[in-house]
Design a protein around this ligand. Sequence first.
Ligand code: ADP
Length: 653
Amino acid sequence: MAKNDYINAIKYLEKAIKLNKGNGIYTHLLDNYIVLAYAYRNAGDFKNAVYYYDKHHDLSDSLDQQDSRRQIIEMVTKYQVKEKETQLKLQKIQLDLKNTKLLNQKYLNIAIAIIAGLLLFTAILIFFNLQRRKQINNKMKSLDEAKNRFFANISHELRSPLTLILAPLESIIERTKNKIDLAELQLMKSNSRKMLNLVNEILNLSKLESGKISLDEIPVNLYSLCQRIFFSFQSLAKFRLIKTDFVYELDKNLTVLLDIEKFEKILNNLISNAMKYSFSGGNVSLRVLQVQNSLLFEVKDTGKGIHPDDLPKIFDRYYQAGHSEAQILGGAGIGLAIAQEFAKILNGTIEVESVPGKCSCFTFTIPLKPASKSIPYLSDISNKAISAKTDKLPKFKPVLIDGKKPRILIVEDEIQMSHYLQKIIGEKYDFKAVPDGKEALKLLEKEHFDLITSDVMMPNMNGFEFKEIVQKNRNWKRIPFIMLTARSLEEDKLKGFQLGVDDYITKPFSIKELLVRIHNLLTNKSRRDIWNKEDIYKSDEKTVSIEEDLLHRAKKTVIENIDLPEFSVSDLAGQLNYSKRQLERIIKKYTGLTPNAFIREIRLQKALSLLKSKKYLTVLEVCYEVGISSPAYFSRKFKERFGITPRDVNANK
Ligand code: ADP
């Protein structure tokens, strides 16, 4: 081109174009096209010049396009790589995150497992602990029960020998004239009595612990009750030269609902302590008052007092104040414990204040529960009446049956006790003694007896089994039967009673008690033969004579009017159109009873059948139903007649 030899230039250039096209070297080709275009233009061939110029232009465009495409592709690739990297990073982060999460989860799981383990361990520990405590408690409970049983058994066992000490003692005291001997014998007697009280208190404790004691409230005249309890200490007070004061600040006719037995135990304990820990010449007082809705019984003494250290402990079982001469005085430290337990049952409290060396004041509080029916107070007990009370054996006319001395069958396995019974019974009656029920039955087959006394616990055949057989025999069932036993369990009494036992005497009994009961039963024997009281409600036997007919009508009339307390002998005589004297003669002839006793007997029989039925809820209802307006009188007479209290029959029906 520099030589301006455009023809050759064109030739070489076209050759070069071919070569570059074949080799695909487009950048050289681009140069070849523009130089060739110049060469043609300079050679004057404008047509080819334009042609190659266009080629150059097209190629240039195409190359530019290729370039930008490549750039785009590069960019896209770069972007994709970047994106991939980002994704990878993201994945890595996610993975890391996942790993961290997994790790965290793992730690969490471990932590949960540890906590659960700990909880389980604690639960197991608690469980075993509770189990152990339960076992210990059970053990303690059974130990406690064993202790109670032991105490109860020992107490029962102690009662028999106590009888054998107390009863002969009483009889020796009766006979003794020598004053010095008498004083010593009295000392023996009072100590034996103390022992008996202790035995009874231990029995009470074991009953308390076995939860067998429940509340048993009946309406009672509070004045009469408090007076009787307080004045029963009069002779002791006299003996110890202690002045007494009874202050009653309430209405004397106030009648309240009260569990007499527990109330009496509590008040007895407080007054007996006040006497026990008082000095000669001191003062013991009982004040009864009302504060808001409560009854307050304040027992004060001017005795030795209680040390402040001892005050909180004196209600503990077996606790005796450190400086006390309680042991010498015969206490065992259980009186107040029982009193407080009983007070709790009565919903009450006992509090104490004391100035050592000077005085003590026990305040016993119970809720005031006025009874709906009022029982008027009878009379004031005077000191004289109490000191005049004698303990002498009653003198009764000897009973004769068919003109002969009555015959008594003694069934007792304990040799000493049997000898003792033979001795006291033998003074007034004929008797035979056998060691058990089987022997007694053999003897009954052969000989006639007017009364049987039997122990409960005997070998071969016990008292209950024996009585059951006796009861089934027509010839024997009317023989008065006394159950004599060391056991004082109410269930036993009830069982004996249901078997038709006439009397139930708990050892230790006094000679007086036994002889009086034998005498009463024998006196009634003849009338029992004719007039079987148990049959009043069952039989409607045909009457034979006019007199028997009258007796029958008398029974019917009393039954018809049974709920009227005022129904009297005059009413009965009036309704039967007989004079009182005629009626009395006939009733006496057939039943051996006075008309009053006859009416009462029917009331009591009716009460018994009502109590045995399930119709009535309370003893009180039954009491009113049979026309007896004083529950205390009712209970006393019922017990005298059947040997068991109406409450016990009601509780066990
Ligand atoms: P105890 O049979 O020993 O009298 P208590 O349970 O009745 O048992 O009384 C426990 C203790 O409380 C007694 O030993 C005595 O020290 C003391 N105590 C009770 N009452 C009085 C009182 N009125 N005066 C002084 N001390 C009393």
